[in-house]
Design a protein around this ligand. Structure first.
Ligand SMILES: [Zn+2]
Length: 142
């Protein structure tokens, strides 16, 4: 899925049930910062769906960025088709918090077979903005 393929009225790829315009689109465009860790996590899932590589790098904690990330993420978003998101648990991550954890499952299809990515992601707020720090990832095959 490419950015142009999501029309404003379409349901947001993060499956919040809201339209893309009222959900992740303003975050991806940089006009609104994510208020909560969950909002950032959802917008990053949407970015993976539509191949918004720069957004994924910009929302990663500075010390976790690597020069090769752009090429790796671009390749990954091209071959992987994300098909569903379920948030299982959250800790912290509210507007008053400076750290948060989100446990989620994301379903995907890929050339070598689909599966489920199960991750406990850590988020941190720096200067009023949420960033993805890292996560414990487990891949479950379908
Ligand atoms: Zn969304």
């Amino acid at each position: 899925m490419q950015p142009d393929s999501v029309t404003p009225d379409q349901t947001c790829p993060c499956q919040s049930g809201k339209s893309f315009t009222q959900c992740c689109s303003p975050l991806l465009q940089g006009s609104v910062p994510a208020a909560t860790a969950e909002a950032l996590m959802r917008s990053r899932y949407t970015a993976f769906c539509i191949g918004a590589v720069d957004y994924l790098i910009d929302t990663t904690a500075a010390e976790k960025r690597h020069p090769e990330d752009h090429a790796l993420i671009a390749e990954q978003t091209q071959i992987t088709n994300w098909t569903g998101l379920s948030i299982l648990a959250t800790e912290g991550g509210s507007e008053e918090d400076s750290q948060g954890m989100i446990e989620f499952e994301a379903r995907f299809e890929a050339p070598e077979g689909g599966g489920v990515l199960h991750e406990q992601s850590r988020f941190r707020k720096d200067n009023g903005r949420w960033y993805y720090v890292d996560g414990e990832v487990e891949l479950l095959s379908d």
